[in-house]
Design a protein around this ligand. Structure first.
Ligand code: HPA
Ligand code: ZN
Length: 330
């Protein structure tokens, strides 16, 4: 119990968060109504009852449906502000959030509409509460590299608001090597690079993320633990793993929270961090993720501090901001 209180109080960062995955059913229905869009599910309860997944794709099908009610700048603003309000109440001091432009461009929602809504909410939350942030545009890996290149073109007028580029959606069958050229173009533009790898995909996909995409960090990375040489490589390169405990449980990446590998990752000396991924779909925000770890894995106080510290040091904040946050940890 005291550990739960400690975790709630700790300054936290969120480094793996899809803003479309924070879409709570109540808000989804409200915006659907406002935009006169029909949802497949008729009630909040019916929708929530469908949140039972046996693999990543089950979730993605609902995730793309859910985001389809987002049409206007105010929708993106309201979604982002609701998330920031929530995490502010949980002592989250810094967020690095993903958005999926192709999931909206496919419905003719302009890039500018999406990013302006999201960016304005990030800016307002920083003014109001001092929450700092980075914005990461993700490419959908089930689409082509050509589509990713077109998205990058759309992003070019807004690069001042974009800190990094990610790779998400259906992992199996869509290895990082499919996107070598577009990530090289992103790197040439000075953008940070991250990619989902080793969530469902094999260690080979993590190798590709490192060697071909040249990632600055790895999202999930669970299956890297199957390959000792890969573990050594991740350590050598000092790469971060953005781990998502409740997501792993809901998507059956782990069968039981008691078996979650995050303590093993810390034991191996890996830079693991705790994140909520798609909290509206996976049963909880940052504090819920920590609570699950505390209640099921026997994680101790030192490990909790290490995770909080990793969240700060492994973020893309500048060094001065990191040091200011780290001071508050002592
Ligand atoms: N994995 C892959 N794609 C995603 C995820 C995830 O956990 N969340 C949103 N898009
Ligand atoms: Zn994710």
């Amino acid at each position: 119990k005291t550990l739960v209180a400690l975790a709630q109080k700790m300054p936290k960062t969120e480094l793996h968060l899809h803003i479309e995955g924070t879409f709570e059913p109540e808000q989804m229905f409200a915006i659907a109504q406002r935009n006169q869009v029909e949802l497949t599910y008729k009630t909040v309860d019916e929708l929530k009852a469908a949140y039972q997944f046996t693999q990543l794709q089950d979730f993605l099908n609902l995730y793309y449906q859910g985001m389809s009610v987002l049409l206007h700048e105010a929708d993106f603003y309201d979604l982002t502000m609701a998330y920031l309000t929530k995490v502010h109440s949980e002592n989250v001091v810094h967020v690095e959030i993903f958005f999926d432009p192709q999931g909206h461009l496919s419905r003719d929602v302009p890039f500018e509409v999406q990013i302006t809504g999201i960016y304005n909410a990030l800016r307002d939350a920083e003014k109001k509460w001092g929450i700092t942030s980075k914005l990461i545009m993700s490419f959908l890996r089930h689409l082509s590299e050509e589509s990713a290149f077109e998205t990058l073109e759309q992003a070019k007028p807004f690069l001042k608001w974009i800190d990094g580029v990610g790779l998400d959606s259906s992992e199996l069958g869509h290895p990082p090597e499919k996107f070598i050229n577009v990530f090289q173009a992103c790197r040439d533009l000075g953008l940070k690079i991250t990619a989902h790898a080793g969530e469902e995909g094999p260690p080979e996909y993590v190798w590709q993320a490192i060697n071909l995409i040249k990632v600055d960090r790895i999202d999930h990375g669970n299956r890297a633990l199957e390959d000792e040489t890969l573990i050594a490589e991740i350590k050598k390169r000092d790469l971060t793993l953005t781990v998502c405990p409740l997501s792993n449980l809901k998507l059956c990446v782990v069968t039981d929270m008691k078996q979650h590998p995050i303590r093993a990752m810390l034991e191996l000396g890996l830079n693991a961090t705790v994140n909520s991924d798609d909290p509206a779909y996976f049963g909880g925000y940052m504090n819920d993720n920590y609570t699950a770890l505390i209640e099921k894995t026997g994680i101790n106080k030192e490990e909790l501090f290490q995770l909080s510290k990793n969240g700060i040091t492994c973020s893309w904040m500048d060094q001065i901001t990191k040091e200011a946050h780290l001071k508050r940890l002592d």
